[in-house]
Design a protein around this ligand. Structure first.
Ligand code: DSN
Length: 413
């Protein structure tokens, strides 16, 4: 939107204060390189759907069975989103597109499968898992009797440890997936453990969903009873959650989402999900996802060239986790220094991290957003050079012009 169009918009005329904040966010995104692994830049079409008039509509229930009048358009949109989700993730029996977020999706799925006070096993946050996999500060660590597995000295999931924990704890649900795990997860092996001990398998693919949809990484669909994900990370859609379920658990999952965990669905977000799934079904999406992984691997190589340590030594997906423990820097310090240079990165615990979560000894980098901006090998190397310099203690000011050149050469969609 041009400056003139923006300043004559209804929002700008009615509420210049909010409009001003949103313009600043627009500018922030244009002039910052997003290396936060969980963020991306969705299309203008997705944003238009999410800002549409259907935001006004209440549609509690499911298509064909709503608690309000006038839901026929909401039904059409939700059916379309569900159909497209099932095309993207072949082998799933149903898709529930209503979860407001990945955490809501996990809580709803876990309540459906384990019930209150049920037993669950998931990867610990410190090892690369997620809060909603049973962390003691998440409802999933309060409502359920949760045990957590970690990673070995190389930063890899140890399937023997997982099996031992499942044998001992006998969970109703075993969870596979994480938010800072950079390697391929062996879903088939998790499935064998779950079957051996009669647990359900829940695979949380919030991070690699787009890579899996494009066939760049192996899919857990068909192995897992339930697959949860977010739609706004590698999948490049609007903020929200999605649950895929096999027939035997569909009824429980659907009633756990509504009326169990949520009221009216956010139909405008479901419309945005339908648009994003449509985009992901186009041939260019596979090339984009392959580039996300190629860029992450190259970024990892370039960072190793700057003598930085990486958890697991590299990556198979879109995430690179830098272990700063041999340097003078903490995750928090580098996060701040990077932002001063124009890079948005996030501090992140590394396995065995002695520092607290607001400090950390790690840096999580991701390539989805910069790949959307069209980054190639030269541009990735330039980013690695900035990070290498910042970790060595060089002044962030020195990199500002180079980062702005990269932003201008790679505009937002
Ligand atoms: N915020 C997500 C991430 O950054 O991975 C997890 O909830």
């Amino acid at each position: 939107m041009s400056h003139d169009e923006a300043s004559s918009s209804p929002l700008h005329r009615q509420d210049p204060e909010v409009a001003g904040w949103l313009q600043r966010e627009d500018r922030r995104q244009r002039t910052t390189l997003t290396l936060i692994a969980s963020e991306n830049h969705c299309s203008a079409a997705v944003r238009e759907a999410c800002g549409s008039r259907i935001t006004d509509k209440y549609a509690e229930g499911y298509p064909g069975r709503r608690y309000y009048a006038g839901c026929e358009i909401a039904d059409g949109i939700e059916d379309l989103a569900r159909q497209r989700a099932l095309q993207l993730f072949a082998g799933a029996d149903t898709a529930n597109v209503q979860p407001h977020s990945g955490t809501s999706a996990n809580l709803e799925a876990l309540l459906a499968l384990a019930g209150p006070n049920g037993r669950i096993v998931g990867m610990s946050l410190k090892a690369g898992g997620h809060l909603s996999h049973g962390h003691h500060k998440s409802h999933t660590g309060v409502v359920f009797d949760a045990k957590q597995y970690g990673v070995d000295d190389r930063g890899l999931i140890d399937l023997d440890e997982v099996r031992d924990l499942v044998r001992e704890h006998r969970p109703q649900v075993l969870i596979a997936g994480g938010s800072s795990y950079c390697r391929i997860i062996d879903y088939a092996a998790f499935g064998e453990i779950a079957r051996e001990f009669e647990a359900y398998l829940l695979c949380d693919i919030a991070h690699p969903a787009g890579l899996i949809a494009a066939g760049v990484l192996p899919s857990p669909v068909g192995v897992a009873d339930v697959v949860t994900m977010t739609t706004h990370k590698t999948l490049r859609g609007p903020r929200g959650g999605l649950i895929l379920a096999q027939e035997r658990v569909v009824k429980d999952i659907n009633s756990s989402v509504f009326p169990g965990g949520q009221g009216g669905p956010l139909v405008q977000q479901i419309a945005g999900k339908a648009v994003a799934f449509g985009e992901a079904l186009q041939p260019g999406f596979k090339a984009y996802q392959q580039q996300v992984v190629d860029n992450a691997r190259w970024l990892a190589e370039c960072l190793v060239g700057h003598d930085l340590d990486l958890v697991t030594g590299g990556t198979d997906n879109h995430i690179v986790l830098v272990d700063l423990r041999k340097t003078e820097m903490t995750g928090a310090v580098i996060e701040e220094r990077a932002l001063a240079a124009g890079l948005a990165v996030n501090k992140n615990a590394v396995p065995g991290d002695p520092r607290p979560p607001m400090v950390t000894s790690g840096l999580r980098l991701g390539t989805p957003a910069i790949t959307t901006r069209g980054f190639d090998r030269d541009a990735i190397k330039a980013v690695a050079d900035v990070i290498g310099g910042l970790v060595r203690g060089e002044d962030p000011e020195k990199f500002k012009t180079r980062v702005q050149e990269l932003c201008e050469a790679h505009p937002l969609p």
